[in-house]
Every structure is written in C-alpha cells, then in structure tokens.
Design a protein around this ligand. Structure first.
Ligand SMILES: CC(C)(COP(=O)(O)OP(=O)(O)OC[C@H]1O[C@@H](n2cnc3c(N)ncnc32)[C@H](O)[C@@H]1OP(=O)(O)O)[C@@H](O)C(=O)NCCC(=O)NCCS
Length: 187
C-alpha cells in the first residue's frame, strides 16, 4: 500500500490513484517513460533524462506559484509511478492563451485501463473548485485518438473554430495540426 510516511503528501486521491507533486525520486521511472518512442509518438522526439529532471523542477515551481502542476500519478496499491496528469499554463503564444490546460502522459503498460480519465476528472474538478479556474482547455495533434477520447470522456468539447498549427513545429510537420477542446466551470 501507499506509505504516506515515506512519500510526499498526496494532493488528490481517486479510487485507484494518488496524485502528488513530482519528486527527484520519480526521475528513473519518469525518464524511462519519456524515452519510450511509442509514448512520445505525438511529440517531436523522445525526452532525455536531463530534460526530464528540468520538467520535475519546473512542475515543482509551478505548484509553489500556482497551486497546481502536472501531478505524478501513483498507483495506490503498489506505489508505482505510472505517469502524470495535471494542469499547466499554456506555454506558447497562441490565440486561445492565456489558458490552463489539462494534460496527461502514462507509461504504456498502464494504458487503456481508465487511469488517465479517472485522474483527469478529479484534476478538472480540482481546477474549478480549488483553483477557481473558469475554463480548462486541452489540445493534441489531431491524430492522437486516445488523448482525444480522454478529453471527450472528461466532458471537454471540441472547439472546431480553434484548430491550430502548433507554433513550435514547422507548418509542414505532420504533427503540427492540433485540435482544441474546452470545458467551462459547471453552473
Ligand atoms: C493518452 C493517454 C494518457 C491515455 O491514457 P489511458 O489511461 O490509456 O486513457 P483511458 O484508459 O482513460 O482512456 C483511453 C481511451 O482511448 C481509447 N483509445 C486508445 N487508443 C485508441 C486509438 N488508437 N483510437 C481510438 N481510441 C483509442 C480507449 O479505448 C479508451 O476509450 P474507451 O474508454 O471509450 O474505450 C495514453 O494513451 C498516453 O500516455 N499516450 C501517450 C502520451 C500522450 O499522447 N499524451 C497526450 C498528449 S496531448
């Protein structure tokens, strides 16, 4: 079972998952996930260990500054790190920014068991009820059907007028065309 004495404070819990800040101890498992070409199919490249460490630091800063970040996703039953799900300020200039996105990346062995959806649903609720966000967006390369399905299952709807070419990619790159999904605070 998850040992709360030895691991950082959980920020959000679901039935099967503990969401907490990323720590230096996550580096080996996080870097392994980021080095998997299949996990990174819809990104320009895999990510090395040094950049993974920078991501951990940057998300720790984001949590301190904003009260949210990309959270480490940990299986309660085994304490295994299975990836991240969380909130992140859109980090590039685009017509729909400033905006906060919900994002996810999981270790392949744990795909298609409902984990991303289970975590994202509570993260979205956290964003509205604890952070006070009015809207959360999500976006991905238009070929990324699994990610789009998670958006749909979490109640985000496609904003067809907001399709965009990712500004960090060449316009001709097959991954450049992105779709945008949105969800607004209920009520
Ligand atoms: C996207 C990702 C986080 C989804 O995690 P997950 O835990 O498998 O998601 P869930 O199990 O909650 O839901 C996945 C859904 O996508 C569906 N799906 C998976 N692969 C699919 C495909 N190739 N085409 C269509 N649907 C697909 C699943 O059937 C499931 O839908 P269902 O419940 O209606 O059957 C995971 O695939 C991943 O880490 N991908 C690589 C990283 C990535 O692309 N991140 C997003 C960048 S924007």
């Amino acid at each position: 079972m998850y040992d709360m004495e030895k691991t950082p404070k959980p920020i959000i819990e679901t039935q099967r998952l503990m969401l907490r800040c990323l720590t230096d101890d996550d580096l080996p498992a996080f870097a392994l996930m980021n080095s998997d070409p299949e996990v990174m199919t819809y990104f320009p490249s895999t990510v090395d260990e040094q950049t993974t460490m920078s991501m951990i630091r940057s998300e720790q800063d984001n949590y301190r500054q904003e009260g949210y970040c990309l959270f480490a996703c940990v299986l309660k039953e085994t304490a295994e790190f299975i990836g991240f799900v969380g909130l992140h300020k859109v980090g590039f200039e685009i017509h729909f920014a400033p905006a906060v996105e919900v994002g996810w990346r999981l270790v392949k062995a744990h795909w298609n068991q409902g984990y991303a959806t289970e975590a994202a649903l509570v993260v979205i609720d956290f964003g509205f009820s604890e952070i006070g966000l009015q809207e959360i967006v999500s976006f991905t390369a238009r070929q990324n059907k699994a990610s789009i399905r998670v958006m749909e299952k979490c109640g985000l709807t496609r904003s067809f007028d907001d399709d965009f070419l990712h500004p960090n990619l060449k316009r001709t790159d097959h991954l450049a065309p992105h779709v945008l999904y949105r969800v607004v605070v209920p009520g």
